[in-house]
Design a protein around this ligand. Sequence first.
Ligand code: EPS
Length: 387
Amino acid sequence: MRLRLHTAGESHGPAIVAWLDGLPAGLQIDRAALGRDLARRQRGYGRGGRQKIERDEAEILSGLRGGKTLGSPLAIVVANRDHASWVESMHPWDPPLPGREDRITRPRPGHADLAGALKYGTHDVRDVLERASARSTAARVAAGAICKQLLAAFNLRVVGHVLSIGDVTSDPPRLDLDALADAAEASDVRCADAEAGARMCAAIDAARRRGDSLGGVVEVMATGVPPGLGSTADWDLRMDGRLAQAVMSIQAVKGVEIGAGFASARTPGSQVHDPIHRAEGRFVRPTNHAGGVEGGMTNGEAVIVRAAMKPIPTLARPLASVDLVSKEAFDAAKERTDSCAVPACAVVAEAAVAFVLCDAFLDKFGGDAMPETVRNYQGFMRQLEEY
Ligand code: EPS
């Protein structure tokens, strides 16, 4: 647990902020690739009006010199362009101008509104929702983009894509990670199965017309992962637990599975566990139901994590709620909203998995600077070859 990521920022405040600490010195950061990941998170059929306002860019204030990490903390700022329209309401110092209180007192079922109002003792849900907003996932994607760049230096690739939206399921190509990534990138809903993707768009349109929202399932695959990341000895270092925590903590995610996950509970052991063969001096597994994790450690196969995202809670046709001040029954508050953010969730989940893999990679291989990390990694890879 060497990497530390803290995030801060309100959705309509001045900026979203990430603090990423624990990277070795000497990692070359590709600024354009960082920008591309932030843009990928903003895309996706079903997004609302906000993404027409934002042009997310990461400004790095510390920890970088000449494009290379210094081994000191990276402070990353993603400005909220929409803040310009909210200065009168969301100023860090000045109280809201009269008429711009933007109070919300009718909590939306499924959002953080009611639980947060009770927790903090406020009757204005805005004090809670601004931080609860999935806008903060911009910080996690910025950090994950940097983690992906460290992993890429060791031939690890991490790709997120959409498997289903609402009741529309897909049958994505399984063989080649690059083909999967390209197909997902070309899709409006980040789904590698183009035919299913078109049906997903139609389902989102239909939901929007009904004043409703849709969830879905995303999958993250990571290849090139060496065996032995994570721990079998300590519960809090186990790879499956760390992956689940990181992905489950993404806003609106209600379920996470690794490999065959819940299906393995319904299947006999003889069909769940992946046989071990030896070919060309290597251990090979004909199947990967374990999703690349056995005994809390990566096993050298692709890591496969899936997440179930619930539908966005803000509804154009709101559900029943109660006004926090009058205690009378009302419809829940309506806000500008996305009708489906599952494609964005795939990018955020990719970043979350990249963070965990990068953290566990650095736990194992260490290094204050990249040449040391490279030496340690290469030594272990030699050990595997000579095994
Ligand atoms: C969000 C509500 C919407 C989303 C937002 C998450 O924002 P707004 O209320 O400004 O329309 O667009 O997501 C983002 C801004 C983003 O960049 O992902 C919410 O309530 O969680």
